[in-house]
Design a protein around this ligand. Structure first.
Ligand code: GRF
Length: 188
């Protein structure tokens, strides 16, 4: 059984998707052991609803050292699912190859500092991109720079707004995240 820790900052619909696909057997041989949030958020409620241990470590200067203390040594995968704090390079190196993130755009485009949430979708519309999508990638100390694991795109249409893009990207995320997690866990 592979042990997964999920890090969240927001509503946690991707966390929910991970929990649901594990329960449905779509992600095999895995368990979410712990959810860590860097602020009060609905992601914590989702963990509680599924009797998954959850910890709130307020964001700020001690976040990384506190996080390092609470991650069990037997963790096989750390999943960032809408997580907004920056992980220090020491943490990324210690867990090298075992931390993944989902990003709401087609990296390497629209990544890096400040590229999160609606900022991403606003930038995609402003740049008149013909496609957008989502990327699951390994986390390294360079923001959004780690190797891509899985990416899926869709066409941006003339009537799309940042809000419609956000919805469409979420649907793509729900599709590719479980597949990417299976891949990283060596499931298929
Ligand atoms: C997702 O769009 C993800 O790509 C980004 O933050 C959002 C999180 O959404 N990193 P949710 O909290 O899983 O609903």
């Amino acid at each position: 059984m592979k042990n997964i820790v999920v890090l969240v900052s927001g509503s946690g619909t991707n966390l929910q998707r991970i929990i649901d696909t594990i329960e449905a057997g779509e992600i095999q041989n895995a368990k979410v052991n712990l959810v860590v949030a860097d602020r009060e958020c609905f992601g914590l409620e989702r963990a509680k609803n599924h009797k998954i241990e959850s910890i709130l470590i307020p964001r700020g200067k001690d976040f990384n050292s506190e996080l390092a203390k609470v991650i069990p040594q037997n963790t096989d995968l750390i999943v960032l699912a809408g997580f907004l704090s920056i992980l220090k390079s020491e943490f990324c190196e210690n867990w090298n190859g075992k931390i993944i993130n989902i990003h709401p755009a087609l990296l390497p485009k629209f990544g890096g500092k400040g590229m999160w949430g609606m900022n991403v979708h606003n930038a995609v519309i402003e740049a008149k991109e013909v496609e957008s999508g989502a990327t699951v990638h390994f986390v390294t100390s360079g923001i959004d720079e780690g190797e891509a694991i899985l990416q899926k795109s869709f066409e941006v249409t003339a009537d799309d707004t940042p809000e419609t893009l956000a919805q469409k990207v979420h649907q793509i995320e729900y599709e590719i995240f479980p597949i990417a997690i299976n891949k990283v866990l060596g499931n298929k």
